[in-house]
Design a protein around this ligand. Structure first.
Ligand SMILES: *[C@@H]1O[C@H](CO)[C@@H](O)[C@H](O)[C@H]1NC(C)=O
Ligand SMILES: *[C@@H]1O[C@H](CO)[C@@H](O)[C@H](O)[C@H]1NC(C)=O
Ligand SMILES: *[C@@H]1O[C@H](CO)[C@@H](O)[C@H](O)[C@H]1NC(C)=O
Ligand SMILES: *[C@@H]1O[C@H](CO)[C@@H](O)[C@H](O)[C@H]1NC(C)=O
Ligand SMILES: *[C@@H]1O[C@H](CO)[C@@H](O)[C@H](O)[C@H]1NC(C)=O
Ligand SMILES: *[C@@H]1O[C@H](CO)[C@@H](O)[C@H](O)[C@H]1NC(C)=O
Ligand SMILES: *[C@@H]1O[C@H](CO)[C@@H](O)[C@H](O)[C@H]1NC(C)=O
Ligand SMILES: *[C@@H]1O[C@H](CO)[C@@H](O)[C@H](O)[C@H]1NC(C)=O
Ligand SMILES: *[C@@H]1O[C@H](CO)[C@@H](O)[C@H](O)[C@H]1NC(C)=O
Ligand SMILES: *[C@@H]1O[C@H](CO)[C@@H](O)[C@H](O)[C@H]1NC(C)=O
Ligand SMILES: *[C@@H]1O[C@H](CO)[C@@H](O)[C@H](O)[C@H]1NC(C)=O
Length: 366
């Protein structure tokens, strides 16, 4: 009984493995609920719809091309294309190799190209293909030799930094790769925070608000750790490396144990977080986050908001004010801040109607 069961399981597994495809080529575009899965079943790519805040089972009705872990039960994206152009109907939209050899997202109903890998090396639709790798990277490669890579999604990170990905500076263009969080938990379009390597060429990372105010720095790299991140030394489960030459400078990391799933993510709330998958509890566990105090994130709670690390939620409105956009606050986006419940008397010109005169309240704390 048991051996037969195992045999059947193995056979079934074989069938599943042999039907999972990891490439998109000129004759196999992707649309609707189709997906491609990496050879070792670690990552999948397809249309993804973020869950809404209060109804986790129903989706927002907006779809994005995304890459997620395929071997864990909690759908966790690591990369998204077209974050500012959501797709409403994946059935009439196709992720395909275009006639110029680029990988594109095409709205077939409007015959409109929504996104492209934009590389010039590709020449026609039979010259390239796209492959999803076990590293979580989507690659546009030569159709006859997949070792010749024209474009890698891992070089264009969104909110997640995966092992094997570079996070640094292209010295030719002066452009740095940036980790940018989602706007809120249901919307992958870019939020206000960003993490990047110092564009001036030092080895420290900055986190900024609105590309202008720096509210956290890692301190320079000393070869082992970032100076302001001393906790990196104890039992660290990664290998970090800094590479610097005339064309580029970047950090890259790998896991000491390849079987461990781990990722860095710029969180909606402006913190950089390192999460590791714990199989025994089937959950992502937070190992590390910076800035350490949630309230050290610049302007986290918006105008007239107050932040308290000792309270959940962190953000509240000060007395006499309420959330400007409640639905954004529900999705962890507090940037809209708060508004006065009652206008000031001096703003309304009216002497009647309002019973209590304007006055100041004392706010405790810092
Ligand atoms: C595209 O891939 C499919 C299966 O993955 C294969 O059967 C087909 O021959 C490929 N087409 C081209 C043009 O290489
Ligand atoms: C979610 O909650 C808001 C109020 O907070 C409500 O207006 C909205 O209808 C709810 N959405 C769903 C899908 O339940
Ligand atoms: C591709 O190029 C077009 C036009 O130059 C630009 O609008 C678009 O943002 C580029 N897409 C990507 C993914 O870089
Ligand atoms: C691509 O290959 C297909 C089948 O092999 C062929 O019919 C088509 O003409 C080719 N397209 C180009 C642009 O070479
Ligand atoms: C594929 O490309 C790689 C890198 O350019 C090269 O080393 C290899 O020999 C090529 N393989 C074939 C079969 O052409
Ligand atoms: C830097 O950017 C230029 C222009 O996009 C590109 O040609 C070059 O390959 C990039 N360099 C590196 C090291 O990625
Ligand atoms: C980079 O250097 C310039 C000129 O020295 C300086 O004005 C700027 O503030 C520096 N930028 C950062 C992010 O340190
Ligand atoms: C971010 O900065 C730009 C100018 O660089 C400004 O127009 C915009 O209002 C700022 N955003 C917020 C939320 O303050
Ligand atoms: C810089 O380093 C990268 C990664 O090791 C390498 O691919 C590239 O060829 C180097 N560039 C130069 C000019 O040495
Ligand atoms: C990186 O290398 C350049 C020379 O290619 C050097 O001038 C610069 O100081 C180096 N930067 C760091 C942080 O090591
Ligand atoms: C208050 O009165 C001034 C002068 O009459 C007028 O310009 C202003 O618009 C009024 N403000 C409001 C909020 O009604």
């Amino acid at each position: 009984m048991a051996p037969l069961f195992i045999l059947l399981l193995l056979l079934f597994g074989q069938i599943l493995l042999s039907t999972a495809i990891d490439t998109i080529n000129s004759t196999t575009p992707l649309s609707g609920t189709q997906k491609i899965v990496s050879a070792g079943n670690k990552f999948a790519l397809g249309f993804y719809s973020p869950p809404q805040s209060n109804a986790t089972s129903s989706s927002s009705g907006n779809y994005y091309i995304a890459i997620w872990y395929s071997n864990i039960p909690i759908q966790t994206t690591v990369w998204t294309a077209t974050t500012d152009v959501p797709v409403s109907d994946p059935a009439t939209t196709s992720f395909q190799i275009a006639t110029d050899g680029n990988l594109v997202l095409l709205d077939q109903a409007k015959n409109q190209q929504l996104w492209s890998t934009n590389v010039s090396e590709a020449s026609n639709s039979n010259s390239t293909m796209a492959i999803i790798r076990d590293t979580g990277s989507l690659e546009l490669t030569d159709a006859s030799n997949s070792s010749i890579v024209y474009w890698r999604s891992i070089d264009y990170p969104t909110n997640t930094w995966l092992p094997g990905g570079k996070l640094g500076l292209n010295k030719t263009t002066g452009l740095s790769q940036r980790l940018v969080p989602w706007k809120n938990n249901a919307d992958p379009s870019p939020g206000l925070f960003s993490l990047e390597l110092d564009p001036n060429g030092t080895t420290q990372y900055f986190i900024q608000w609105n590309e202008s105010i720096t509210y956290w720095t890692s301190g320079p790299w000393n070869g082992d750790i970032f100076s302001l991140v001393p906790e990196m030394t104890d039992g660290y489960n990664y290998d970090f490396r800094f590479i610097n030459n005339s064309t580029e400078s970047f950090f890259i990391y790998s896991m000491k144990d390849d079987a461990v799933l781990s990722r860095f993510i710029m969180d909606v709330n402006g913190q950089i977080k390192q999460l590791t998958w714990v199989p025994s509890s089937q959950q992502w566990i937070l190992f590390w986050s910076q800035p350490l105090s949630q309230c050290d994130v610049y302007a986290l709670c918006g105008a007239y908001g107050s932040c308290s690390v000792n309270a959940l939620p962190f953000c509240n409105c000060i007395k006499g004010y309420s959330q400007k956009v409640q639905s954004d606050w529900d999705l962890q986006d507090h940037s809209g801040g708060c508004k006065r419940n009652v206008p000031l008397q001096c703003q309304t010109n009216s002497t009647s109607g309002q019973t209590k005169p304007d006055k100041f309240y004392t706010m405790e704390g810092r």
